[in-house]
Design a protein around this ligand. Sequence first.
Ligand code: OGA
Ligand code: MN
Length: 214
Amino acid sequence: MSQLFEDINYIENPLYEQIIEDIIAQKYAIVEDFFTDDEVQLIRQSLIEKHEEDIFKKAAIGNRVNEIIVKSIRGDVILWIDEAHTNAAESLFFNKINSLIGYLNKTCFLGILRKEFHYAVYPQGTFYKRHLDTFQNDDRRKLSFVCYLNEAGWLPENGGELVLYLDDNGKEVEKVIYPLPGRVVIFESQILEHEVRPVINAQRLSITGWLKTR
Ligand code: OGA
Ligand code: MN
């Protein structure tokens, strides 16, 4: 038996393996059970409480230093999450994220050394026009991560779809993803253009973040 398989630290994780396989094959992965229902409820509650404190800011184009607010491009409001000062829901969130990062670094040599995450609320009528996440002046962003925190029963009529623009042998195809609670989407930040379609008669809740190099 090889050294690798005797190492008790090497435990294959089927969920993470599936994510890696999907990202390699199609540049994105959709995971329905990254967080349990109870965990989603807890994280959703944390978002709602902070949103009620009125500390969310209008999201900007550009990076954290060079903020330009352009409502014709994006209309969400966000709150960055500080990993050094987390509540129970947020530390549960980061535990899972850190476990995924550890696995990616061990098995894929991705060199993810940094991360940043924010809560996002898209009020009724808002959207985020087609873009690339490196558009935020940050070429260290490798993987984009979105976790939806909506109530169960999000209807197609509520809009708010994430649309990934994929390349199918030179032909552009749209992958439409509804923001269903607990659903996680991970995709290659530097490659996949995407947009959030207008939200209709609802508020769209999520955590979005990036796994970064250097
Ligand atoms: C973003 C983004 C997608 C989503 O915040 O950059 O593209 O589905 N979010 O919320
Ligand atoms: Mn984006």
